[in-house]
Design a binder for this molecule. Structure first.
Ligand code: SF4
Length: 348
């Protein structure tokens, strides 16, 4: 698979129809938290063998889940579904402390693949709860991340699911209220909610840094830029992926006539292209690039072979593997070195 520039050339040599083009968002696809979580499952399978149980989809993408299942990952919704003595991995969305306790009670070894940027929000929640704040968590009801964060301080946190929820919010002391948010929300809609909350509670405290993560913000920024020019925007992502769904909304608000979410190129309908000269393409933070390549190929075969990159930001963030895996990989490497009669430090 070539890089973006090579791909632009390749598509350009195909069957470009005059006036038809694709705007390809950058950045798009895998973020650092997803990359880490997927590699963690693969490393765990290599290290301990199948099955590795994963509580909830490791990331919200159908293709990724199906691929890992073929390699020996078993996805479950509840900790109790994992037989005692097995390994359970917690997904990138994070879990409540009670879930860690369930794993201990069930005699399970756990590996925590929670994205460090979600962990950051958990820690903020714990800190403000310890200071006895009322915490208004802006997020989508029922989303795994919100369930996990709320579980850190259930007595202090109440969910605010958009500006429409603000009227019903009640707090104990208006001078001790803070807002936090899910990491994958629409930046603009969240600020709308915050403004409404601030009107109601002028003393509302903001989190020390953005809770909406860099990857969510950058992908929305790129879509905003392309949405103004593209009549149609295709977002590659799964229906349960919060950040992917937000990209569809942002594209429409930015001016795209239509925006659709597809898991695979095969879901695109020919009718969507009627009267369209510019198609925007992007993908959610849990989407592997191969799925975008297939969409670009599908479009190229229909005359949309000229691809221009719309670059909104550079990303260079990476996260190290979960600590449980790093420790075991280090120990394994050290044992291997010892077995071979070597010396020195073994690094995983
Ligand atoms: S979308 Fe953001 S918070 Fe979620 S896994 Fe990626 S980097 Fe972490």
């Amino acid at each position: 698979m070539g890089n973006a520039a090579e791909r632009t050339l390749t598509m350009g040599r195909m069957t470009a129809s005059p006036g038809r083009r694709v705007l390809l968002a950058a950045p798009r696809g895998y973020c650092a938290g997803v990359d880490r979580a997927v590699i963690a499952v693969e490393k765990a399978l290599e290290q301990y063998g199948a099955p590795i149980y994963v509580r909830h989809e490791i990331v919200h993408n159908k293709y990724v889940v199906q691929t890992l299942e073929k390699k020996g990952a078993v996805f479950v919704e509840r900790t109790e579904e994992v037989p005692p003595g097995n390994i359970v991995m917690f997904s990138a969305h994070g879990v409540a402390p009670v879930v860690h306790e369930e794993a201990r009670q069930g005699r399970l070894a756990s590996i925590d693949a929670t994205c460090p940027l979600v962990t950051k929000v958990h820690k903020e929640a714990v800190r403000y709860a310890n200071e006895d704040y009322d915490i208004l968590l802006i997020g989508h009801e029922g989303h795994e991340e919100v369930i996990g964060t709320s579980g850190e301080a259930p007595d202090h946190i109440q969910l605010v699911d958009g500006p429409g929820d603000v009227a019903k919010v009640e707090v104990r002391d208006e001078s001790k209220v803070v807002w936090l948010s899910q990491t994958t929300l629409s930046v603009d809609e969240t600020m709308e909610t915050v403004d409404a909350l601030k009107t109601k509670f002028p003393g509302l405290v903001s989190p020390p840094s953005d809770d909406i993560c860099y990857a969510t913000q950058n992908r929305q920024l790129a879509v905003k830029q392309m949405g103004a020019e593209a009549e149609l925007v295709i977002v590659v992502g799964s229906r349960n992926s919060s950040n992917s769904k937000r990209l569809v909304e942002v594209a429409k608000l930015a001016g795209a006539r239509e925006a659709y979410l597809v898991d695979f190129a095969s879901e695109i309908e020919e009718a969507w292209l009627e009267g369209v000269t510019t198609v925007g393409v992007t993908s959610g933070a849990s989407v592997p690039e191969v799925l975008v390549e297939q969409v670009l190929q599908w479009l190229a075969e229909r005359g949309y072979a000229d691809v221009e990159i719309v670059k909104a930001a550079e990303e260079s963030i990476t996260f190290s593997l979960p600590k449980e895996l790093r420790r075991d990989l280090r120990e394994e490497a050290a044992a291997l070195v010892a077995e071979r009669g070597g010396s020195g430090t073994a690094e995983a």
